[in-house]
Write a new protein. Structure first.
Length: 187
């Protein structure tokens, strides 16, 4: 009888602990679900629905989510720069918003891909799971110079906001030649 009671208590503790932990890589994977819903154009917090355009600097307001961008530092091929008059997201703005929706707090914070890398843990590519982030550029012990991030969805693919003239979409992680690695939020 005591053993049955102990097992029941242990099972209850495990259920409670699992229910209170972030569900990044469990079932359901909130990061993946939210990223896919955004790509499909489903309504989300701060977005009425529809395709979300790439916008240089978009998603970096006081609160995560689509916003007007900036033309400061813009070097895109679409001229004149449409960022100041278009509401949308850039790559790090997309990652920030998806993670905020999944974790219900701004865990990546405002900033660039370089800032986001510093808040994450690098993982081997072989252990990457849907919901992890994939970065591009150069990441060394003392210097970080990244330029792109995508949300890994498995099967060698990511959801990302790539460049002006595109919308949030799925691409292969090999799309860009300078894959810097896979990173995980352990919050």
């Amino acid at each position: 009888m005591r053993r049955a009671v102990r097992l029941a208590v242990m099972a209850g503790v495990l259920v409670f602990a699992a229910g209170s932990a972030p569900l990044l890589h469990g079932e359901p994977n909130r990061v993946l679900e939210i990223a896919q819903a955004i790509q499909r154009g489903q309504e989300q917090s701060r977005w009425p629905g529809g395709e979300i355009p790439y916008v240089w600097g978009g998603g970096h307001g006081a609160r995560p989510g689509p916003s007007l961008g900036t033309c400061q530092g813009y070097r895109g091929s679409v001229k004149p720069c449409p960022a100041a008059t278009t509401r949308g997201l850039d790559c790090s703005g997309l990652a920030r918003w998806v993670y905020q929706l999944a974790f219900q707090e701004d865990v990546l914070g405002n900033g660039t891909t370089d800032d986001h890398v510093r808040r994450l843990r690098k993982i081997p590519a072989a252990t990457a799971r849907p919901g992890d982030l994939v970065f591009y550029g150069k990441i060394r012990k003392k210097t970080i110079r990244t330029h792109h991030v995508g949300i890994y969805i498995g099967g060698g693919k990511m959801i990302n906001a790539l460049r002006t003239g595109t919308t949030v979409r799925t691409d292969r992680v090999t799309l860009l030649p300078d894959l810097a690695g896979y990173y995980r939020y352990d919050g």
